[in-house]
Design a protein around this ligand. Structure first.
Ligand SMILES: Cc1cc2nc3c(=O)[nH]c(=O)nc-3n(C[C@H](O)[C@H](O)[C@H](O)COP(=O)(O)OP(=O)(O)OC[C@H]3O[C@@H](n4cnc5c(N)ncnc54)[C@H](O)[C@@H]3O)c2cc1C
Length: 418
């Protein structure tokens, strides 16, 4: 990595999430003056929220499997990961004095599952390395070459030799990442893919009857199948929750990208739900057709297959009366109940967002915007997406490092040219 002369250059990092803080760390280590600006009163708000339910920071699966999680962007994200992979993420956390452990699913967590001690130690180290923080500074664009910042005292103009934008995606706006940067970059000719919900729930337009009885009910050990872009049936097992309007939860998030794309293409998506994933179709048919005497079909399903509550409710909701009364059709539906999903939930509710700065807008495989020399981008505001499981944070860290390194290299080229 290049080492520009100390204190010669000033770099503004805008956005103090994991991507921006990582860029700041690399820049400070490279000997430049780093100023971090954030619109909120404190940095890392989404990072802290991610730590609330147990901070899943990365994943321990083999590298090739890990990289595949970035789907259509695995090549580009793979380049970031080549500079900071999951092992490097763990070593970096350990160096901050925080231990990690690998959960049974291969997911990696800080030992205490929390984000706050990690963020505290990290900010301490950043301050010690000379990084300056400017809170309640909202970047609102440029005034000639200067950065315009809205502050409590009014607008201030900030000059910088290079800028790293790490403004986040478009979900959970109240934590700072509101996507307000989109028109600012679009006006400067930066190619952008529209922000869209990722790792999100869906609306199924339940009947009032079903919604009032089952909203909030968890569906444990079910499987969802969907058709991918090539028409191949893909199936995943897991858990999710029925909401007042549709479905959400880890299994739904894991399949949300293809379902969102299907809705964008066809106006509606179909997912097939397997309510008895541990039984074969033959076994389910045998149980459904087993003589039931005077028992109702509902109590028969409960005693033979454990189908009751929300699972039984779903069968009633999604099947016609005739299909429910026909054992062959009912058995087939238990293994593949078609769920009609009409829209993704709003982006603000999503765990993350897809879309943002297209890789094509970047200069020759670096993090610098071709349309804006000296301006680098990092994190969720770039056009990639990944499922939950530590893949989001790992890519944000890795892209923050890449942006920091690329900015140092660019500054070094400028120094040599002057
Ligand atoms: C509920 C929840 C749980 C999650 N759990 C996990 C998890 O367990 N594992 C995982 O890998 N990921 C998880 N994530 C996702 C992860 O937190 C994000 O992908 C990550 O924080 C994105 O990092 P970032 O630095 O790109 O952006 P952000 O963390 O969103 O940071 C962007 C920063 O930019 C600032 N900003 C925005 N606009 C401006 C502006 N105009 N001027 C100045 N500052 C601005 C914001 O205030 C913010 O501080 C979770 C997300 C949510 C919502």
């Amino acid at each position: 990595m290049s080492q520009p002369s100390p204190s010669v250059f000033r770099v503004a990092v805008i956005g103090g999430g994991p991507a921006g803080l990582m860029a700041a760390e690399v820049l400070a280590a490279g000997g430049v003056q780093v100023d971090v600006y954030d619109a909120m009163a404190s940095v890392g708000r989404k990072f802290l929220l991610a730590g609330k339910g147990g901070m899943n920071i990365t994943h321990s699966e083999p590298h090739a499997d890990f990289v595949r999680r970035y789907g259509a962007r695995q090549e580009e994200v793979g380049r970031w990961l080549a500079g900071f992979d999951p092992d490097a993420v763990r070593a970096w956390i350990h160096a901050l004095g925080i231990d990690t452990f690998v959960g049974s699913s291969g997911r990696v967590f800080p030992t205490d599952m929390k984000a706050a001690p990690l963020l505290r130690a990290w900010l301490h180290r950043l301050r010690d390395s000379g990084v300056r923080f400017h809170m309640r500074h909202r970047w609102t664009g440029w005034e000639e070459d200067a950065l315009r910042m809205a502050t409590l005292e009014g607008e201030v103009l900030v000059a910088a030799d290079a800028v790293v934008l790490a403004l986040g995606g478009g979900s959970w706006a109240r934590l700072g990442s509101d996507g307000a940067w989109v028109p600012l970059l679009a006006a400067r000719g930066v190619e952008l893919a529209p922000l869209a919900p990722s790792n999100c729930g869906f609306d199924a337009d339940w009947s009032e009857h079903f919604s009032s009885r089952h909203a909030g009910a968890p569906l444990t050990t079910v499987a969802i199948a969907y058709r991918d872009a090539e028409g191949k049936l893909v199936r995943r097992k897991g858990q999710f929750v029925v909401t007042a309007t549709g479905i959400e939860g880890s299994l739904v998030y894991a399949v949300s990208a293809p379902l969102r794309e299907q809705i964008a293409r066809d106006g509606v998506a179909t997912a097939w739900l397997d309510l008895a994933p541990d039984h074969s179709a033959e076994r389910v048919l045998a149980e459904v057709t087993h003589p039931r005497g005077s028992r109702s079909m509902s109590s028969h399903l409960q005693s033979r297959l454990g189908i009751k509550g929300v699972k039984a409710g779903l069968l009633h909701e999604c099947l016609s009366k005739q299909a429910f009364a026909d054992p062959a059709r009912l058995a087939a539906a238990i293994k593949a109940l078609p769920l009609r999903l009409v829209r993704a939930r709003p982006i603000d509710e999503a765990i993350s967002s897809a879309g943002g700065v297209r890789f094509g807008a970047l200069d020759g495989g670096t993090a610098m915007l071709r349309a804006l020399p000296g301006v680098f981008v990092a994190g969720e505001m770039v056009d990639w997406e990944a499922p939950t499981g530590g893949y989001l944070l790992t890519a944000c860290f890795a892209s923050g490092r890449a942006a920091g390194r690329d900015a140092l290299d660019w500054l070094e080229t400028r120094r040599q040219g002057t």
